[in-house]
Write a protein that binds this ligand. Structure first.
Ligand code: NOJ
Length: 528
């Protein structure tokens, strides 16, 4: 373990700052709120907090539209609040990872104001401007990820600008070296303030085809999918040149020591692997969202783990994610029982796990009444909105679950009185206790974090079994993805003892030749 960088050993916890803790009674979370709740993260046993964007922003996409890359939005606090957060986190041995949003700025960014001022403005080329098609329409068929065309006409100068997301989020032109320099300066600004790394938003989008060719039709498109899927994003994203851009970012981090660069990438497995970069010059961790995209069955998940492990480049470090602020919550997707299996899986696979706030209390889908919808995507394409996974953290049984003293910006879950940290923390059978025990085991046994992985065949089709092993021992993880019980044989010449069950402790049964696995139960066994 000694010599292993922190982000390989550690666990990342994502905070959506609007929803973690409100301290100034506006119904929206803030930086002092995160600082006040660092104790929860330390108690839980995670190692790093990744905070979704906190920069000044008109909030068209809730902070993923940045109007100043080197500031803090007053809604969240001040730079002094930020410094206090970093100091307090570091005092508690927690790392701080910022969300960096370089693909696009806010439409209100002064750079864009200059860029749109005239065709000859020195910053014109900081964004992506094209002439209309001959019929006056958009320059090509590229679509916005939030529906509709990705091009908006700016009548003052008669050209279209490109936006992969909202029209309020114009894409920056990363082919322009001045843009790169400005962004590198922004990275350094935060590195100097002590941040331990960045999660880079839509990193695979940074470079687009220089020829702006039309994207080809997607033969698998069906109307219930978001409109963006109508075309395969062949020319609008995932261009080979992006690897140079990422290598340059990594080079900015390098002099600062053990800082981490995580890239947000939604691509098929073989393309994802390219983002480790030639000679690992790319992202330290290209986010692996495969668990989110794979059907929830023992067979599919076990195949996925085998394939992912096999596809990793030499020296490429794995990572796993169950959910984030853009995806339905894991408990909503697989149900309360299987959410425990998911927790055990996430925290015993080889590679850095990222937890999403609220998953540790089993938050599931929170229905959002029509008059409380906030996500612009839901307004553009109903049914695809992300508000249900962005609702406030539930801390206690007080009014508004201790999140705020006023009505929160999004509703709480109906069961907030029972589903909160306070109510679950001393319950030995709660999902919160399970998360904490899993994190403690992972921390205690290096084999569970940085040890090797080996899949194990079992007699039961709905059980996924594997071994993690290293200098400090061997562990067997048995995960029942189904509702039937199973008795599984253990190697005759070995003795295993039960360390943890997803149903609460059931230690003590050692020296067994076979083991009973209940419905929806997961077990960690240790070799004696
Ligand atoms: C990915 C972010 O995770 C998502 O929340 C955001 O809407 C888009 N990028 C645009 O920045």
């Amino acid at each position: 373990m000694a010599g292993t960088v922190w982000w390989k050993r550690g666990t990342v916890y994502q905070v959506y700052p609007r929803s973690f803790q409100d301290t100034d009674a506006d119904g929206i979370g803030d930086l002092p709120g995160i600082t006040a709740r660092l104790e929860h993260l330390a108690w839980l046993g995670v190692d790093a907090v990744w905070i979704s964007p906190i920069y000044p922003s008109p909030m068209a996409d809730y902070g993923y539209d940045v109007s100043d890359y080197c500031g803090i939005d007053p809604l969240f606090g001040t730079l002094a609040d930020f410094d206090a957060l970093v100091a307090e986190a570091h005092r508690r041995r927690l790392k701080v990872i910022l969300d960096f949003v370089p693909n696009h700025s806010a439409i209100t960014h002064p750079w864009f104001a200059e860029s749109r001022a005239s065709r000859t403005n020195p910053r014109r080329d900081w964004y992506i401007w094209r002439d209309p098609a001959p019929d006056g329409g958009p320059p090509n068929n590229w679509l916005s990820n939030f529906g509709g065309p990705a091009w908006t006409l700016d009548p003052a100068t008669g050209q279209y600008y490109y936006h992969a997301f909202l029209k309020e989020q114009p894409d920056l032109n990363w082919r322009n070296p001045a843009v790169r320099t400005a962004m590198h300066d922004a990275l350094r600004f935060w590195l100097e303030r002590g941040v331990d790394g960045f999660r880079v938003d839509v990193i695979w989008h940074l470079m687009k085809d220089a020829g702006f060719q039309d994207n080809p039709a997607n033969p698998d498109f069906s109307p219930e999918q978001p409109e963006i899927n109508r075309f395969a994003q062949v020319y609008s994203a995932d261009r080979p040149e992006v690897l140079d851009v990422i290598a340059e970012m990594r080079a900015v981090l390098r002099p600062y020591g053990e800082r981490v660069l995580i890239g947000e990438i939604y691509l098929p497995m073989e393309r994802l692997m390219a983002y480790y970069g030639p000679d690992l010059s790319g992202a330290d961790m290209p986010f692996n969202f495969q668990l989110i995209q794979t059907p929830w069955s023992a067979e599919a998940v076990s195949d996925l783990v085998e394939n992912y492990e096999a596809a990793l480049p030499d020296g490429g470090w794995p990572n796993w994610v169950l959910g984030n602020h853009d995806q339905p919550r894991i408990a909503a997707r697989v149900g309360a029982n299987q959410a425990r299996i998911a927790a055990m899986l996430l925290l015993t696979l080889r590679g850095t796990p990222t937890l999403y706030y609220g998953d540790e209390i089993g938050l599931a889908h929170v229905p959002i009444p029509a008059d409380r919808v906030r996500d612009p995507w839901e307004r553009n394409e109903p049914g695809h909105g992300r508000d249900p996974e962005r609702t406030p953290m539930q801390w206690d049984g007080e009014v508004h679950a201790g999140f705020s003293t006023v009505e929160p910006w999004l509703p709480l879950s109906d069961d907030a009185a029972a589903r909160n940290v306070d109510a679950l923390r001393d319950d030995p059978t709660s999902i919160l206790t399970l998360y904490r025990r899993l994190l403690a085991l992972r921390r205690e046994h290096a084999a569970l974090s940085v040890g090797a992985y080996r899949g194990i065949a079992t007699e039961a089709a709905d059980v996924f079994a594997y071994e993690r092993f290293g200098d400090d021992g061997a562990f067997r993880i048995l995960l029942n993805f189904g509702g039937a019980s199973h008795t599984l044989a253990l190697p005759a010449d070995e003795t295993w003892t039960v360390l943890l069950s997803t149903r609460g402790h059931r230690g003590g049964d050692g020296a067994v030749a076979s083991i009973a696995l209940g419905p929806d139960e997961g077990l960690i066994l240790q070799k004696c």
